[in-house]
Structure formats: structure tokens, C-alpha cells
Design a binder for this molecule. Structure first.
Ligand code: ADP
Ligand code: TRP
Length: 320
């Protein structure tokens, strides 16, 4: 079974990215062949500063390595290092109905957030389909917001196969219900674009400040509280062991536990959870030649898998 997912290098990673897609990928390494890439060509739809883009790519590589993507088990690469994916995108573009793309929420949401309505942004899902189809992926672990893009990928693959024969593998999104929408500090979906993120590698002081800023209601300390209705508990539960989470839930329900104290417990838990990753990140960042070597090796491996499929497509559409 082949499992593939990508992440845009568009800034700092937050715990929504981690729980929604990075941790599932790290776990998937034990389960099947993992293909994990940095979707920098997608990021060109929203980042227009070359220097910044360059830095984000390196940062994203370091982040993924620090969080447990193992380059000996998985294929980890930078999307644009296998530029043939853009060629596949074109073949797919030519069978993709415009109406399919016009229905995509993500395009409309991004334009509403003032990301320029470029042709690249509009056809973003076709490049994503090429990413998935070029490596004949079976499973695509993503957060809820990417579900529609995986459905579009299936529709494009079906259209292509109907036109040219059974060449492309239909993928399935894998979305864990409880991880679909991780709440941010304001209780809404955690997202870079909403300024409500808890960043994994933020300095300790800043991490503490962010956790303490999680918005809660004004129930007094003594009053019982419903754990399932506050973001502090919802986040705590996702990192804690079962009995630890049950214990916090019990204390919330009993009354006498203030949100401030619960936030301190959450902060301690996060620090503990990411302690090794934070140290590992520093070590990796201090060794740029290691990161370069991983990048090169990943691209070679990804290309070796992707090119045979692309060749089949070239033959089928008749350009070869
Ligand atoms: P952002 O919304 O911060 O820009 P991205 O769109 O770059 O995040 O998302 C990268 C990956 O992380 C995607 O697979 C996405 O579904 C997942 N993800 C992002 N935010 C969350 C969240 N709050 N809950 C669950 N998964 C998320
Ligand atoms: N669009 C995805 C996001 O914003 C990133 C991505 C690009 C991706 N290509 C992919 C995810 C292929 C899964 C599979 O998060």
C-alpha cells in the first residue's frame, strides 16, 4: 500500500498540521510505503518572495525530519525537484472539466482571504492530482480541508482512464474524525491564516504565552465545566495518554479546576511531547549538508518511481 501526502512550505508548522497530517504520516511509515513531499509549487500561488520561499523549503525539510519522517523508511522530497510533475499536470489539465474546479471551496476561500485569483490558484487541484497520481498512491492522509481535492483527483483520474485506458490508480483520502479540525487558540479551526496557531517549534516562552492565551469562557474556578466544550481540554486530550485525559476531564467536571491551571498542564504536556523533536531540530539545522543530501536522495527516489508512470501517460496521450 502506498501512502502519500504533501505539505506547503508556507511558514511555521502548528499543532493542527502536526495532528492532522504529520503525525499520521509518521505513523504510516510503519504501515506501508510512505511518500512525503514539500509542496513548494503549490506555495507559489501565495508566496511571491523568492528568498522567503527558498528559506521555507529548507525549514520545512528540517521540521519534517525533526518530527520523525525517517528518510530511510520514507521517500521525502521537494515537489519541484521532480519537475516532471508539471508535465503530468498538463496532461491532466486537458481532461479536467472547468466546472470541477469551479466547485472547489478552497479556491473561493483563498480568494476571499485576498490571495490573488491567479490561474495557478484556480488549477491548484490539478497539480495536486498530478502529485497523487504520478506515484500511484492508494491512501492520502490529510485534514478535512483537503478532502474535496482528493475527490477531485479521483474524478480527474476516472476521466483520464475513460479517455485513455486504465492507467491511473484511484486514491482515497484518509481523515481521522477526531483530528479533522483541530481548534486554534480562539476555538476556530487552527490555521496560519487565522492567526490562532500554536507553533510546534516556537521558543518556550512564546509557546507558553500562546497556550495561556487560549480563549475560554468565564465560568468561575469553583464551577463544574464541560471538558468537551473547551479548546484546552480538546487539545490536551490529543496529546495525553487515555488515563491522563480522563483524569483532567474528571477534574473539570468536578469543579475547582480553573482554566489557567489547565492551560499550564497543557503547556507542560506540549513541552514534554515535543522535547526530543525540538532538540533534534536544532541538531539537524546545524548541519546543512546533511539536509542537502537528504533532499537530493529523496528527489532521486521519487523520480525513479514517478517516471515509469509518466512514460505510460506520455504513450497513452500519444506525445511519444
Ligand atoms: P493552514 O490552514 O495553517 O494554512 P495548511 O493548509 O498548510 O494549514 O495545511 C497543511 C496540512 O495540515 C493539511 O493536510 C491540512 O488538512 C492539515 N491541517 C491544517 N490545519 C489543520 C487543523 N486545524 N486541523 C487538522 N488538520 C489541519
Ligand atoms: N494542498 C495541500 C495543502 O495545502 C498540500 C498538497 C499538495 C497535498 N499536493 C498534495 C496533500 C498531494 C496531499 C497530497 O495542505
Amino acid at each position: 500500500m502506498r501512502i502519500l501526502s504533501g505539505i506547503q512550505p508556507s511558514g511555521k508548522l502548528h499543532i493542527g498540521n502536526y495532528l492532522g497530517m504529520i503525525r499520521p504520516m509518521v505513523r504510516a511509515q510503519e504501515e506501508g510505503e510512505l511518500f512525503c513531499f514539500i509542496a513548494n509549487m503549490h506555495s507559489l500561488t501565495s508566496i511571491f518572495d523568492g528568498k522567503q520561499m527558498h528559506q521555507h523549503i529548507t525549514d520545512a525539510l528540517i521540521d519534517l525530519l525533526a518530527l520523525g519522517i525517517d528518510p530511510d523508511k520514507a521517500i521525502l522530497w521537494v515537489q519541484s525537484d521532480v519537475p516532471e510533475v508539471a508535465e503530468l499536470t498538463w496532461y491532466l489539465n486537458c481532461v479536467t472539466p472547468v466546472g470541477l474546479l469551479q466547485r472547489c471551496h478552497s479556491y473561493k476561500d483563498k480568494v476571499a482571504r485576498s490571495i490573488p485569483a491567479s490561474n495557478g490558484l484556480f488549477s491548484y487541484p490539478v497539480l495536486m492530482a498530478a502529485d497523487i497520481l504520478m506515484y500511484s498512491s492508494n491512501i492520502v492522509p490529510v485534514g478535512q480541508d483537503q478532502k474535496q481535492h482528493v475527490e477531485v483527483t479521483r474524478d480527474i483520474a476516472i476521466k483520464f482512464n475513460e479517455t485513455y485506458g486504465d492507467i491511473l490508480t484511484l486514491p482515497e483520502a484518509r481523515i481521522k474524525e477526531e483530528l479533522a479540525v483541530i481548534p486554534g487558540t480562539d476555538g476556530q479551526k487552527m490555521s496560519k491564516s487565522y492567526g490562532n496557531t500554536i507553533d510546534i517549534f516556537a521558543p518556550e516562552k512564546q509557546l507558553r504565552k500562546t497556550v495561556m492565551s487560549i480563549v475560554t469562557d468565564s465560568t468561575p474556578v469553583e464551577a463544574p465545566k464541560d471538558p468537551d466544550r473547551n479548546a484546552v481540554y480538546l487539545l490536551y486530550r490529543l496529546f495525553a495518554a487515555d488515563e491522563q485525559a480522563l483524569d483532567l476531564a474528571k477534574r473539570f467536571r468536578a469543579g475547582g479546576l480553573g482554566y489557567g491551571d489547565a492551560k499550564k498542564e497543557l503547556f507542560a504536556l506540549l513541552l514534554e511531547h515535543f522535547r526530543d523533536c525540538r532538540a533534534k531540530r536544532e541538531r539537524i539545522a546545524a548541519d546543512p549538508s546533511y539536509v542537502d543530501a537528504i533532499r537530493k536522495k529523496g528527489a532521486d527516489k521519487a523520480r525513479a518511481v514517478g517516471l515509469p508512470l509518466l512514460d505510460k501517460v506520455r504513450n497513452a496521450v500519444g506525445v511519444r
